[in-house]
Design a protein around this ligand. Structure first.
Ligand code: ADP
Ligand code: MG
Length: 231
């Protein structure tokens, strides 16, 4: 589903140049679950942004679902992003003045779906994610764990093939974090391709495959037996 070859992304800050990504090669098959680890500044978010078509490599090639992305115009990139890719961020990125339900529906609204279909899909997700009594609340009235579940519902409402999560548990206490991880893993179990950036070694150990990044490069790409919770 994902193929990167020689992908680099260079940032210029004043007169210093930083390699956010440095000639990265990566293949990910549909349905895989990867943890992306590495110290701050190692290029994890840059990698996710490029995979999510939010950012463009300066060099190298990226194929998504067999389609070469380098030559796409912005309209086609936006279309692919909307249809194929969901994002979850550490700080939720919900719209404060919209209710939970309205936040979840927003991608479908932007994609031009009918109100009835929007409502049907988002209510289904709300129930599935255990947010039933919170749909009319605004983000400020929700706990961190509830906000992240709303963000996951919003990421899933367009039924993407790929979910990219950048430190999704970074702002959560361990219990809400565990719930969010369980939810992401459940979605992966249904066939969603899942990449999770994390600092948390225990979370990283749960994925079937672990990438370790340093200085914009993938230092290690390890397939592992997923760790299971006790009991
Ligand atoms: P991580 O997510 O692993 O903490 P990032 O991918 O955010 O790392 O950053 C990788 C490197 O690229 C860092 O040195 C960072 O400072 C630099 N970088 C990332 N984004 C930008 C940007 N928009 N402008 C300038 N430098 C950036
Ligand atoms: Mg980051």
């Amino acid at each position: 589903m994902i193929r990167l070859r020689g992908v680099s992304r260079c940032f210029t800050l004043g007169d210093t140049r930083v390699m956010g990504l440095d000639r990265v090669d990566l293949d990910v098959a549909a349905g895989e679950y990867l943890a992306v680890m590495g110290p701050s500044g190692s290029g994890k978010s840059t990698l996710l942004n490029i995979l999510g078509l939010l950012d463009v490599p300066d060099a190298g090639e990226y194929w998504l679902g067999g389609e070469a992305t380098a030559t796409l115009d912005e309209e086609r990139r936006a279309e692919l992003r909307s249809r194929q890719i969901g994002f979850v961020f550490q700080s939720y990125h919900l719209i404060p003045r919209l209710t939970a339900l309205e936040n979840i529906e927003l991608p479908m609204l932007l994609a031009g779906f009918e109100p009835a279909e929007r409502r049907r899909r988002s209510v289904h997700l709300v129930e599935r994610l255990g947010l039933g009594d919170r749909i009319g609340h605004r983000p400020a009235e929700l706990s961190g764990g509830q906000r992240q579940r709303v963000a996951i519902a919003r990421a899933m409402v367009m039924r993407p093939a790929l979910l990219l999560a950048d430190e999704p548990t970074g702002n959560l206490d361990s219990r809400s974090g565990a719930e969010v991880v369980a939810l992401l893993e459940e979605l992966n179990g249904e066939g969603l391709t899942l990449l999770v950036v994390t600092h948390d070694a225990a979370l990283g150990a749960r994925a079937a495959r672990r990438l370790e990044m340093l200085d914009g490069r993938i230092l290690a790409d390890t397939r592992q037996e997923p760790a299971r919770a006790c009991g």
